[in-house]
Design a protein around this ligand. Structure first.
Ligand code: NAD
Length: 501
């Protein structure tokens, strides 16, 4: 936390929220437009009141955004700019995020309930850093010359793929859009983003900032609205060249169908998770492990795809470790997300909150023991808060250990041996992330190698950086976000063979 942001008071944030301007319309071809005029209400989960009425894009609106994106792409106004020029614009946009970070943090907090200080210090810093990283990468990627012999020259070049469709969820509204936008724009594509219906405002503001940064109109469009309408229209559109999605596994599968039913566009998916966190008795620093395990399930109200929702603990230390976890759950401060002292805000929506409560009930009914939390909490007018919840005596076949809850609910599962821990960890349809706590170097390598997950963190939690790929095995996704590898999703590979005379 920066010194300045540490001084920001509750009053400061409330004033900012009371005076904030919402961008409520679609952003197509460089301007806000009511599009075909349909709207829907965005709810503030910390009050359960209507926050704003926002354009609900229709098929025709998506057609229009795709047409402008196509026109901008084919004109070369961005796709043919030199990588160094693209870099300058993207880096300027990264700076504009920092310049406007308080406003963007408030929008995020009002839309989906995350504590504003986390939005400020984690989401906005992350969004800017990742965008800057891709801006920097733009003019550092070299193409290849194949080893053909002296009678010919064959180059293997990367070209932008064209019109990119992006559909993202509500848990990190700006960051997850930027995970796609960064490499897509750096590579020279034109992009259309469909934000989650719950949280369109930060991405709409970003689109406006992108014009200020110098991005040509039509290159970055935003079509707010419902998944089954605007999201589907993008997924099934014959003139969208590639689809990239973050969200639930069920909807991810629908995007594969949309592609099959339309133009066979590549579909890149970042979907659900049920990540295991393995704590071995030979871990020296159990306090640090417990701090991280608590952050791994309670941060962002547990609404994190890679949340470490299954805590696998060696049976000789299970009681000691659970006591540490309960202590940490008790220290979570539930409250208004605009209060800088709050560490857990409301759940994003009534629907998601009811879903979490239903899972807590199922956990009890199936015989798991509720060790801590489990209750609903009302703050002000909103009853969308759920206590940090810890179940013990969970076995891996119970519903709460198998299905993604997407809330602050932890299942503690004891294990007796390294082999058993690996079997339990991998016994899931998901494979997004895993963590391991041990001070035995050989075990760390051995277990990391056996875990079927896109990211394995050892003696830390949820390791994430612009430099390393992020994505899942099994039903946690197809492809990887972040790192240089993300460019694979947004470029075509071309072979040019020149026969020499
Ligand atoms: P969701 O799948 O319901 O919605 C995600 C997006 O898809 C939204 O923009 C929504 O409008 C759109 N959508 C919904 N139905 C659609 C349809 N029929 N056709 C086209 N688009 C449609 O997910 P959510 O509830 O918003 O987010 C939670 C999910 O996201 C969790 O499963 C979580 O694991 C996942 N997630 C994954 C990652 C990751 O990187 N792997 C990151 C964050 C969230």
């Amino acid at each position: 936390m920066s010194d300045k942001s540490a001084e920001l008071s509750y009053e400061h944030w409330k004033n900012l929220a009371a005076n904030i301007t919402f961008r409520n319309q679609a952003f197509i071809n460089g301007t806000f437009t009511p599009a075909s005029g349909e709207t829907y209400d965005v709810i503030n989960p910390s009050t359960e009141n209507v926050l704003a009425s926002v354009t609900a894009c229709t098929d025709a609106d998506v057609d229009s955004a795709v047409a402008f994106a196509r026109e901008s792409f084919e004109s070369g106004v961005w796709s043919d700019q030199s990588p160094s020029d693209r870099k300058a614009v993207i880096i300027k946009l990264a700076q504009l995020i920092l310049d406007n970070k308080e406003e963007l943090a408030v929008l995020e907090s009002l839309n989906m309930g995350k504590p504003v200080m986390e939005a400020l210090n984690i989401d906005m810093q992350g969004a800017s850093a990742i965008l800057a990283w891709y801006g920097e990468a733009a003019d550092k990627l070299y193409d290849e010359v194949a080893p053909t012999g002296v009678d010919s020259v064959a180059t293997i070049t990367r070209e932008p793929i064209g019109v990119v469709g992006v559909v993202v969820p509500w848990n990190f509204p700006l960051d997850l859009a930027i995970w796609k936008l960064g490499p897509a724009l750096a590579a020279g594509n034109s992009v259309i983003v469909k934000p989650a219906e719950q949280s369109p405002h930060s991405v709409l503001r970003l689109a406006e900032l992108a014009i200020e940064a110098g991005l040509p109109k039509g290159v970055f469009n935003v079509v707010p609205g419902f998944g089954h309408v605007a999201g589907k229209a993008l997924g099934i559109h014959p003139d969208v060249d590639v689809m990239t999605f973050t969200g639930s596994t069920a909807v991810g599968k629908q995007f594969l169908n949309y592609s099959g039913e339309s133009n066979m566009k590549p579909v890149w998916l970042e979907t659900g998770g049920k990540s295991p966190n393995l704590v071995f008795a030979d871990c020296d620093n159990l306090d640090k492990a417990a701090d991280c395990a608590a952050a791994g399930i309670f941060f962002n109200q547990g609404e994190v795809c890679s949340a470490n929702s299954r805590l696998l603990v060696e049976d000789s230390i299970v009681d000691e470790f659970v006591a540490k976890m309960v202590e940490r759950a008790d220290n979570v401060k539930i409250g208004d997300p605009l209060d800088p002292h709050t560490t857990m805000g409301p759940i994003v929506s009534r629907r998601q909150c009811d879903r979490i409560r239903a899972y807590i009930k199922t956990g009890r009914n199936e015989g798991a023991k509720l060790q801590s939390g489990g209750n609903s909490v009302t703050v002000g007018n909103s009853s969308l808060y759920v206590e940090p919840t810890i179940f013990v005596e969970v076995n891996n076949q119970m519903t709460i250990a198998r299905e993604e809850i997407f809330g602050p609910v932890l299942s503690v599962i004891p294990f007796k041996s390294e082999e058993e821990a690996i079997v339990i960890a991998n016994d899931t349809p998901f494979g997004l992330a895993a963590s391991v706590w041990t001070d035995n170097l050989s075990r760390a390598h051995r277990v990391a190698r056996k875990l079927k997950a896109g990211t394995v963190s050892v003696n830390t939690i949820d390791a994430l950086s612009p430099m390393t790929p992020f994505g899942g095995y099994k039903q946690s996704g197809i492809g990887r976000d972040l790192s240089i590898h993300a460019f694979d999703k947004f470029t075509q590979m071309k072979t040019t063979w020149i026969q020499l005379a």
